[in-house]
Write a protein that binds this ligand. Structure first.
Ligand SMILES: N=CN[C@@H](CCC(=O)O)C(=O)O
Ligand SMILES: [Zn+2]
Length: 412
């Protein structure tokens, strides 16, 4: 099947040789071709160029993209998309004055989602999660990471991860999975965090690894959840199963989670609403991608990750949604890109790099996603007719997407 996109007003994020990631001032560059064509063969980007160079191609289908911009699909490297039910009552409780932490201390928060998930069948969990995945795919997400962490028992964690794996088998989207058993201490282990960590290490990790359910390991390194010492203990154990870390750090407090992540060569450290100069220095000498989650800051009214400071220090930055029922009930990467520009003062070029190639890096997918490069997955967004790519974050409340091509499949 040959699919030709022609008369593209601007083809964005064109990289002949795709970098693994872009950092610092290089994030301001967004290579593009005006008045372009793009050829997709089956599920692969096979060629592209300026219209003046278009060779004779007998395509099975042609899409005229006059006035429209084409860019690689969003790469959302941090989500908790598999969950049961919702937490809209906690949303109202927060409006009425309770904090996110106070809700968690009353047994709400992650434990509330864990209870719901444990009571939900695997098929119902799959159906609820599939509906969310379909929605975010139509919003332009072409690669996504999904975490466990709302099970908090061995059976329920396995259930979540099997659902995530099944989604990857059934949808034309790249899915990476992460084991987040250390998301919170479950009610059954109240006051016995060591006992729960022991369960994670001696029972959950071996089972999750034996079923080949995950690519990465995660822990919520935060006051009131898991300490830096717990983080070292878990990441060392996970290393024995070949699991690379992608961890939750510095959401509310900088307690040394960034340093712990870098010490274990984490692929990414995520949240970073609070960042110290020492965190920046440690990240500079690492391969670890800092990941900002601006929709979470928006929803919880907490500080935004100082993205400007990180990029100005020469670091890379990725943007992701954090889609989950508690802190971010939205998987919309378009809103993330707009909010990064509006609230974190990223330029549109920086935000698009952060949401494509750097997002791909943060889930180990730079070789196949995140840029318009020959041989990469044919996962692209075709916008509506818009004046320029700056319009994408500018028109933050509008859906600027006309069509999505998901691994070669057209989603209307
Ligand atoms: N902070 C930890 N975990 C999730 C939220 C969990 C929840 O509230 O359900 C996050 O990344 O924001
Ligand atoms: Zn998260």
């Amino acid at each position: 099947m040959k699919l030709l996109l022609r008369n593209i007003k601007e083809l964005l994020q064109v990289r002949e040789e795709a970098p693994l990631k872009v950092a610092g001032t290089a994030m301001k560059e967004l290579p593009s071709i005006s008045n372009a064509w793009l050829l997709i063969e089956n599920d692969i980007i096979s060629d592209f160029g300026a219209m003046a160079t278009l060779p004779k191609i007998s395509a099975d289908k042609t899409i005229d993209c006059t006035g429209k911009i084409v860019l690689p699909s969003w790469c959302d490297s941090h989500t908790h998309l598999v969950y049961a039910g919702n937490r809209e009552q906690e949303f109202v409780d927060r409006i009425n004055g309770l904090s996110y932490q106070e809700i968690a201390e009353k047994g709400g928060g992650i434990l509330n989602s864990a209870k719901k998930l444990q009571e939900t069948s695997e098929d119902s969990l799959y159906a609820q999660s599939a509906a969310r995945l379909e929605e975010v795919m139509r919003l332009g997400t072409g690669a996504i990471e999904i975490k466990s962490g709302y099970g908090l028992t061995t059976q329920a964690e396995l259930k979540m991860l099997r659902v995530a794996k099944r989604l990857g088998e059934n949808y034309p989207v790249a899915i990476k999975t992460t084991f987040l058993g250390a998301h919170a201490v479950p009610a059954a282990y109240k006051g016995d965090k060591e006992g729960y960590l022991n369960l994670i290490i001696s029972e959950m990790l071996p089972k999750v690894a034996a079923e080949k359910l995950v690519d990465y390991v995660d822990i919520f390194c935060e006051e009131g959840y898991f300490s830096v010492e717990d983080t070292h203990t878990l990441l060392s154990a996970a290393n024995g199963y070949g699991l690379i870390p992608k961890i939750h750090v510095n959401q509310f407090n900088a307690i040394g989670g960034v340093q712990a992540g870098v010490a274990h060569d984490a692929l990414s450290v995520d949240h970073l609403e609070v960042v110290t100069n020492d965190d920046v220095a440690v990240l500079k000498n690492s391969n670890t991608m800092p990941v900002a989650l601006p929709s979470c800051s928006y929803f919880l009214s907490i500080p935004y990750t100082p993205g400007r400071k990180l990029i100005d220090a020469g670091l890379p930055l990725a943007l992701a949604t954090d889609y989950n029922p508690g802190s971010t009930p939205s998987g919309n990467m378009n809103f993330v890109v707009a909010t990064a520009c509006i609230k974190m003062k990223l330029t549109p070029e920086e935000a698009i790099n952060a949401a494509t190639i750097n997002g791909a890096y943060a889930m180990g997918l730079s070789h196949s996603h995140g840029s318009i490069t020959k041989g990469k997955s044919a996962s692209v967004i075709i916008t509506k007719e818009i004046p320029s790519y700056n319009y994408l974050p500018y028109a933050f409340g509008s859906n600027c997407i006309d069509k999505v091509i998901a691994n070669g499949e057209i989603l209307e």
